[in-house]
Design a protein around this ligand. Structure first.
Ligand SMILES: Nc1ncnc2c1ncn2[C@@H]1O[C@H](COP(=O)(O)OP(=O)(O)OP(=O)(O)O)[C@@H](O)[C@H]1O
Length: 186
């Protein structure tokens, strides 16, 4: 679904990482670990095609979702408007009301992002995963700011996605709650 061979990246004079290879198959959950600044976000961005690698290459065999650690919500945007915008951009026909309900966002669905809690903003970003079915999910610290219920919700989404043959690559700190098929420490 996704493979990376011999990736390496320089930041200034420093080699951030080198020789990183990865093979992501159906049903996989790959955990990226490492200290702050180790390069997890950079690696995920390279996998998503958002940052250019200095060496090696990535082969993408399936469509992916990228959910970064910044939620990508504009201050005036409501969860409902955010999902509607992306649904339109992707030509997705999913029912946004159902997704808002499933993500626990029915109550704040029409509240501007600047007034949402951090967890509500994160739930809104993660709701994009439900808009359009894509086999590979690239998730940067997906549990940040989520309460216990939100975390369980995301774990259930990941579980179902993997059962349906999808794959996840996630940067996480601490306990992920996933049964990982691979762990990579940067
Ligand atoms: N575009 C860039 N130009 C220069 N340096 C960068 C750039 N992007 C990232 N870096 C640096 O690369 C290093 C790795 O950053 P990255 O965000 O990938 O780490 P991380 O492992 O995700 O960290 P954290 O756990 O804190 O989120 C950091 O020192 C960061 O400052």
């Amino acid at each position: 679904m996704l493979s990376a061979e011999n990736l390496g990246i320089l930041r200034g004079e420093r080699v951030l990482f080198e020789g990183v290879s990865l093979e992501v198959r159906r049903g996989d959950a790959v955990l990226l670990r490492g200290a702050n600044g180790a390069g997890k976000t950079t690696l995920l961005r390279i996998l998503a095609g958002l940052t250019r690698t200095d060496s090696g290459h990535v082969t993408r065999g399936a469509a992916h979702h990228w959910i970064g650690h910044r939620e990508g919500l504009k201050p005036h945007e409501t969860p409902r408007a955010h999902l509607a915008l992306w649904a339109k951009a992707w030509g997705a026909e999913a029912d946004t009301n159902t997704i808002l309900g499933d993500m626990g966002l029915s109550r704040p669905a029409d509240v501007a992002a600047r007034y949402l809690s951090a967890g509500q903003r994160r739930r809104t970003a993660l709701a994009r995963l439900m808009l359009d079915i894509r086999p590979v999910w690239l998730l940067d610290e997906p549990f940040t700011a989520l309460d216990a219920e939100g975390r369980e919700r995301v774990l259930a989404m990941v579980h179902k996605h993997r059962q349906n043959g999808g794959a996840v690559v996630a940067a996480v700190h601490g306990d992920s709650g996933f049964v990982a098929s691979q762990e990579m420490v940067l």
